[in-house]
Design a binder for this molecule. Structure first.
Ligand code: HEM
Ligand SMILES: CC(C)=CCC/C(C)=C/CC/C(C)=C/COP(=O)(O)OP(=O)(O)O
Length: 299
């Protein structure tokens, strides 16, 4: 039992990207705050505790996911070397860690942020651990689509930290993560199809095959692209900088996913999966930087 194992069950790479979506949503929201004054009108106390609470929530939820999935993780090659199946951590210690860190994240958010931001953080944990991991993952082919709302919760928590509420734009910005989740995961699921079949987890490629799943991925990205660009036309909405970057990065991802329909192999699906996290970071960073230009160069 080492600290390194507790870091691993926290899924640190996912924590980093989730926190990026929360912090960038916070910065973007300052542009639309009721009393906009200067760019990135940052309350560093709140931004710091949003980062801490968001990271702890993601870490705790991921640890509980490791605890619940320890039986199938032992069977799948991709996950067999993880701390619980490999015997480096006991299930009980990961359960205690996951519960403790998850509760701590909500308590910190409650005393430092506001009720709406706290609610979104709690909803993210609930959707990931209960709705996705415990209920849908092993029972429903649309598991990651519905469970994908968990990922939106981090962005919405960041937005709500500024506004104290969940306005339309804040919700639609968070919805970008929901729309992004299917291509993100289904590309990986094509590569891991046999493994998911061996543990009877009904991921889409297990049920309809790689070719059809690739078509679903392309269709999803073909909707995500105009959705992400279309936010520009809201009033208020993001500016040109974000919109141009969303159009370019989304088009590049669409080309990748079109090629995947012509070559739905595990090897190409892995490449298509690896571009999804960078895409999400790029559009959310663009959304935050766009807010900065808004005050400097009113467009
Ligand atoms: C229900 C929703 C989601 C599912 C089913 C899912 C599934 C996965 C899986 C299975 C992996 C590979 C993990 C591994 O083998 O190490 C992964 C990696 C990853 N996921 Fe997701 N994910 C979801 C949502 C998210 C969200 C919301 C984010 C961040 C906002 C995210 C960010 C990442 C990152 C950064 C990686 C590592 C990518 C890399 O190694 O290049 N995922 N995801
Ligand atoms: C605000 C807040 C805390 C939100 C939480 C959102 C969150 C942590 C989303 C991540 C979802 C995810 C990585 C699912 C993969 O689980 P899996 O079981 O399919 O992946 P695995 O097989 O690699 O374990």
């Amino acid at each position: 039992m080492t600290a390194r194992d507790f870091v691993e069950v926290s899924k640190p790479r996912i924590v980093v990207v989730l926190v990026i979506t929360a912090v960038t949503s916070y910065l973007a929201a300052t542009r639309f705050d009721a009393t906009p004054s200067v760019a990135w009108d940052v309350d560093w106390f709140k931004l710091g505790f949003l980062t801490l609470a968001g990271a702890l929530a993601s870490m705790g939820a991921s640890a509980l996911n490791h605890y619940y999935d320890r039986d199938i993780d032992k069977v799948m090659e991709r996950t067999a070397k993880r701390p619980i199946p490999a015997g480096r951590l006991s299930p009980k210690s990961v359960l205690a860690y996951g519960l403790g860190v998850s509760v701590l994240s909500v308590v910190i958010a409650w005393f430092t942020l506001n009720p709406m931001a706290t609610g979104m953080i709690a909803l993210g944990i609930f959707f990931y651990v209960i709705i996705y991991t415990a209920w849908l993952k092993r029972n429903n082919a649309w598991n990651i689509v519905i469970g994908g709302f968990a990922g939106s919760a981090a962005s919405m928590a960041g937005w709500a930290t500024v506004t104290g509420s969940m306005d339309l734009l804040g919700f639609l910005v968070g919805w970008l993560v929901f729309m992004w989740t299917p291509p993100h995961f289904w590309c990986l699921a094509i590569r891991a199809r046999e493994e998911y079949a061996s543990v009877r987890v009904p991921m889409l490629p297990v049920l309809i095959g790689n070719q059809k799943t690739a078509s679903y991925i392309l269709a999803n990205t073909a909707i995500l692209l105009p959705y992400s660009v279309g936010l520009y036309f809201l009033n208020p909405g993001p500016g040109l900088l974000y919109t141009i970057i969303a159009a370019i990065s989304g088009s590049l991802m669409l080309i990748y996913h079109y090629k995947l329909t012509k070559n739905p192999t595990p090897e190409f699906a892995w490449k298509a999966y690896k571009v999804t996290a960078p895409y999400l970071v790029v559009i959310f960073v663009a959304l935050a930087v766009d807010a900065l230009f808004y005050y400097k160069i009113p467009i």
